[in-house]
Each structure stands twice: as structure tokens, then as C-alpha cells.
Design a protein around this ligand. Sequence first.
Ligand SMILES: [Cu+2]
Length: 128
Amino acid sequence: MHRLTRLALLAALALAAAAALAACGGSSSSSSAGVADGSDSRIPAGAPFIDQDKLQFIPKELSVKVGETVYFKNSETALHTVNIDGKNVSGNMKKNDVFTWVFQQPGSYKITCDYHPQMKATITVTES
Ligand SMILES: [Cu+2]
């Protein structure tokens, strides 16, 4: 009886581990958040990248160096903007529009959108 219980427990753990691995595999195929995966030829693979999708900035936190080009892309039909510390620097971005920005000063910058108050991200810029 004891042994059976143990086996059942082990089986349950193995299933849970397999499910976790499967979940990991699924999310890693869409590249790690904040790093361009090269699927858009306009955005070099490995570049700092913030996606505008599902009415969110993805990711919400990004760290870059002074002088690095940060890429933003609108991946959905809703219009978005890129506002840096409250200033709209991109104008309206339609689906598939790409916008780039290079931060010249270290600091913490708030990224928002004119149309969606829930869209918020923070970019931390450090010395290169
Ligand atoms: Cu928006």
C-alpha cells in the first residue's frame, strides 16, 4: 500500500515535470522577451526589442546601454505610440510599424502609449 502510494506520487511528479518542460519549450520558441529573434528582417536578431501586442508592451522591463538602438514594433491592429517619460516620440504606429530609439543618457525611463493607459514599461539605461 505504502509502495503503491509512492509510485503514484512519483508518476504524478514525472507528469508535472513533463508538463513544465513542454510549457518551457512553447514559450522559448517565441524567443526570450526583450531580445529580437530575427523573424523581422528590419530588427537585427539579439537587438533590444519591445513588442506592442495584446495592448501591452512586452516585456515591461528592459535594460540597455547608452547608445544601443532599441526597437519597438506594433504587432497588432490597434494603434499605439511610444511615449518616453510622457512625450510621444513615435507618432502613431500602425500594425507592423517599427520604431527605433537610442538613449543618450543613463537613467530609468517610463514608456507609455497615448491610447492605452494600461500600457507601461520601464527601460533602464546604463553606461556603455
Ligand atoms: Cu497602445
